[in-house]
Design a protein around this ligand. Structure first.
Ligand SMILES: Cc1cc2nc3c(=O)[nH]c(=O)nc-3n(C[C@H](O)[C@H](O)[C@H](O)COP(=O)(O)O)c2cc1C
Length: 144
């Protein structure tokens, strides 16, 4: 039943990249949301810490609600945090990877090099399969 892009975005960069990709390939979109805010310097620091320590954090149901198994491919869109996978995306995958038939990865990052590449591999490692699609997008670093 087509492609779904599941994204997490703290500051809007990944949302923008996911929306542009959805428009390009004709995919649907769903957002991973959280119970707790990550604003400001402390939110920034906590986010980096959670990524580096592979934390699982509380997340809300996808918006809109989706039956992941009904999609041919699910593209997982995440920012790079401290060289790793954003904790809300790690948490989503910990709960739902088994429902995904085939996956792609979209990462957004601020470093103008290929230091995002291990994050794509980190998604594959959690899902337990090699990605069938990948895209990386450079976007601004936001602390606030
Ligand atoms: C806590 C934190 C850590 C980050 N660490 C990195 C990093 O290690 N490498 C990088 O290229 N970008 C890093 N960034 C930049 C984000 O990956 C980039 O700005 C991303 O597009 C933000 O997505 P968003 O606007 O959807 O939240 C970091 C951003 C945050 C908030």
């Amino acid at each position: 039943m087509g492609t779904l892009i599941v994204y997490y975005s703290r500051n809007g960069g990944t949302r923008k990249a996911a929306e542009a990709l959805a428009e390009e390939i004709g995919a649907e979109l769903a957002e991973i949301r959280e119970t707790r805010k990550r604003r400001g310097f402390f939110g920034f620091m906590r986010s980096g810490f959670e990524s580096a320590t592979k934390r699982i954090v509380p997340i809300l149901p996808l918006e809109p609600a989706c039956d992941l198994a009904s999609y041919d491919r699910v593209i997982l869109a995440t920012p790079v945090w401290a060289g790793g996978l954003a904790s809300p995306m790690r948490s989503f995958l910990a709960a739902h990877a088994a429902e995904i038939r085939d996956h792609g990865v979209l990462v957004t990052h601020s470093a103008p090099d290929d230091s995002y590449a291990p994050v794509m591999d980190a998604v594959d490692a959690v899902v337990g399969r090699k990605r069938s699609f990948e895209r990386s997008v450079v976007s601004d670093l936001h602390v606030g």
